[in-house]
Design a protein around this ligand. Structure first.
Ligand code: ASP
Length: 293
């Protein structure tokens, strides 16, 4: 129901990506139809099209400015997390964070195997993917990283007709890292309160966690709200959502994997649809960064 927004402004204001995507598709179809026609509205539709192209260029330019100061932002986030939570508090939760990052590393390995199996060059892929990966890590937002992810897809020479739709959709519903963090948090919480989970409950956590990750927004901290829902579902005390104290650390890695998964998916679809591109001439950079010269 939330795909069709009650009004266009609220879709954008609430960062409801499915509604934004729906609005964009309807709007885009209207512009295509008007530009293809010969009526009175052809010229204004053409101007609108050019205006939107200009808006996109300006957005990408602003993102390139943001990337310039990104290292300072990462330093500030890590310093803030450690100074507000204290090293002891972090140590007590280190096992959970370690387990999560092990899981995320396993997921990354799985992506690499998939890319290799489909003949996508890993060096070439990660040379472009590293910018959105670092951005996702620092911003903890798949949606916020979207322009950077799209620029990386452009650098990889992936078809715009595929990634223009698949990446916004992926930032909304394909949150592999969120699914992992929801499951790991539930098991951690069960250990804290001394509840021993059977195989049935573990399977339930995986299934419910994965389904709930689809509805998790690509914004910082969205997963922690969903974790509470899973706790309720499997009967864990809701107070154990004390995990939120270290949520930034967990969210950083999860978001990085969320974004990488989207780019891997698009690279595979593009590979299946258009074949090998490793020898193709890289396209002009949409987002000038040190990666693309
Ligand atoms: N912050 C994550 C993202 O934007 C979602 C989450 O909280 O797990 O992808």
């Amino acid at each position: 129901m939330s795909i069709v927004p009650e009004n266009i402004v609220s879709a954008f204001a609430d960062l409801n990506m499915l509604a934004v995507l729906f609005t964009s598709i309807v709007f885009g179809v209207a512009i295509v139809v008007l530009r293809a026609g010969s009526g009175d509205f052809k010229a204004p539709a053409e101007a609108l099209y050019q205006g939107i192209a200009g808006l996109e260029a300006a957005t990408l330019r602003i993102m390139s400015w943001v990337l310039e100061v990104l290292p300072f932002g990462i330093l500030a986030i890590v310093a803030h997390t450690i100074s507000t939570q204290g090293v002891d508090a972090l140590l007590s939760l280190a096992a959970m964070v370690g387990a999560l990052y092990l899981g995320l590393a396993g997921q990354l390995l799985f992506y690499m195997l998939l890319l290799a199996a489909f003949g996508v060059g890993l060096r070439r892929f990660f040379a472009s993917a590293r910018t959105p990966m670092v951005t996702a890590f620092a911003t903890q937002s798949s949606s916020g990283t979207l322009p950077v992810t799209m620029a990386a897809a452009d650098r990889l020479g992936l078809s715009r007709s595929i990634h223009g739709v698949a990446l916004p959709l992926g930032a909304t519903i394909n949150l592999d890292g969120a699914a992992l963090r929801i499951a790991v948090s539930a098991v951690f919480a069960a250990n804290v309160v001394g509840v021993s989970l059977g195989w049935g409950q573990l399977a339930e956590i995986v299934v419910v966690g994965t389904l709930i990750s689809i509805g998790t927004a690509g914004v910082p901290g969205a997963g922690i709200v969903m974790i509470a829902t899973v706790f309720y579902q499997v009967g864990l005390p809701i107070e154990t959502v004390v995990l939120s104290s270290i949520d930034a650390l967990v969210d950083m890695g999860a978001t990085e994997i969320n974004v990488t998964g989207d780019l891997v998916g698009v690279a595979l679809i593009d590979r299946i649809r258009f074949g090998r591109k490793d020898d193709a001439q890289p396209p002009a950079c949409a987002l000038p960064t040190s990666d693309c010269g």
